[in-house]
Ligand binder design. Structure first.
Ligand SMILES: Cc1ncc(COP(=O)(O)O)c(C=O)c1O
Length: 391
């Protein structure tokens, strides 16, 4: 059987990893500035996390949600304390898309309304409502079409206000990434986020913060929305939560009551996933990784902004995007082939950095010098192509 060919892949076989480094089958070392798509939060194969999973695996890996699983409560308490959202309620699932599906559904159960506001550039996943709320027609199938999603321009307060006014009591929820990831590291303005909060309160709609990519400490605060000082009603999360062990979650404001069977899952909240997620939170706390993300992130942002050939350097913490001034389309390829560094893309022109929150200064410096080198090489190659040959 062949694989269903849905990913354009690099011809590299990664067989081992440690911290911010990954190694291929030929023993070549790469610096992972992509974090396996923002997933590696505490560093690859962190020994504390490995031990926690091993220990749990020897006891029990899975039993269904028909029994008490005390690890879920332990995870809820730790997550509540570290994120400062002790009074919220936790529902565990397996992925980011699933978290968003559950959030949108729960909002609709809560207020008995149907319309969902999403924004240009948004990415919320590939399943039914999540993909319908994603601003990319090419990944949405005809069966995903629904009249319930309304797209509005990102950061446009006036159109948001008009939409609420026009649809009066129809808006069930507003879903937004405080920093858009796949959309190209676009930051929602503080006043836009505050406007969403005000309008959701006014019209009894639910504010859903999609923190699948920008959450879990990545931006130097636990949730990216925390930079504004306002609260969402539901936060969705996944990527960094298990450091590569699949787990997702939503946390739910105390104002939303639960009812048996309104949400459910077979695998969500299983013993092994909880053990992995608890270990992640322990390491985030014990090693001060949110502070590290803020510090190393600010350093990278400052140094990147000083590189002449880059433009639109933006981001928060270790969620950073930038473009190159001069047609340096091949920058990411060059960084990978010559610098042995993985980076992320968003649209053809944006380079995205989403490394482990434990990235150290030496690795940040190594990245910066490799980047300057790659720019220099590409500029030289371009000059060669552009120089007329004297016959
Ligand atoms: C902001 C955001 N939401 C949701 C998702 C979907 O997550 P998953 O791929 O785990 O379903 C992603 C994935 O990239 C994401 O970046």
């Amino acid at each position: 059987m062949n694989l269903f060919d849905v990913y354009p892949v690099n011809d590299i076989n990664i067989v081992r990893a440690s911290g911010s480094d990954v190694f291929d089958n030929n023993g070549i070392q790469y610096l992972d500035m992509y974090g396996g798509h923002a997933v590696i939060s505490i560093g690859h194969t962190h020994p504390y996390w490995v031990k926690a999973i091993e220990t749990q695996l020897e006891q029990i890996a899975f039993y269904s949600n028909s029994i008490k699983i005390p690890l879920q409560q332990e995870l809820a308490e730790k997550l509540g304390r570290i994120s400062g959202k002790n009074n919220y309620q936790l529902f565990l699932c397996n992925s980011g898309a699933e978290a968003n599906e559950n959030a949108i559904k729960l909002a609709s159960f809560y207020n008995n309304k149907k319309k969902v506001i999403s924004f240009s550039g948004a990415f919320h996943g590939r399943t039914s409502l999540a993909v319908a709320a994603t601003d990319n027609a090419s990944i949405s199938a005809p069966v995903n079409e629904t009249e319930n999603i309304i797209f509005l321009p990102f950061n446009d307060e006036e159109s948001l206000e008009q939409c609420f006014e026009q649809h009066k009591n129809e808006i069930s929820s507003v879903i937004i990434e405080a920093i858009q990831g796949v959309g190209g590291i676009k930051i929602a303005s503080e006043s836009f986020l505050k406007k969403i909060r005000t309008l959701c309160d006014k019209y009894n709609a639910i504010f859903i913060a999609d923190e699948v990519q920008c959450g879990y400490g990545r931006t130097g605060k636990f949730y990216a929305l925390d930079h504004t000082g306002i609260d969402a009603d539901i936060y969705t999360m996944a990527k960094g939560m298990g450091n590569g062990f699949p787990i997702g979650a939503i946390i739910i404001s105390p104002k939303i009551p639960s009812k048996h069977f309104m949400l459910g899952t077979t695998f969500g909240g299983n013993h092994l996933a909880c053990a992995a997620a608890i270990a992640v939170l322990d390491v985030i706390e014990n090693e001060g990784l949110i502070h590290n993300a803020a510090t190393i992130g600010s350093y990278l942002l400052k140094e990147l902004a000083a590189i002449e050939d880059l433009k639109n350097v933006r981001g928060k913490g270790l969620m950073i995007g930038f473009e190159a001034t001069n047609n340096l389309k091949d920058l990411r390829k060059k960084l990978l082939s010559d610098g042995k560094i993985f980076t992320g893309a968003a649209s053809p022109d944006v380079v995205r950095l989403l490394p482990s929150l434990a990235l150290n200064k030496a690795d940040a410096d190594h990245f910066l010098s490799s980047l300057k080198n790659a720019i220099h090489q590409l500029t030289k190659e371009q000059q060669k192509v552009n120089t007329p040959v004297n016959l």
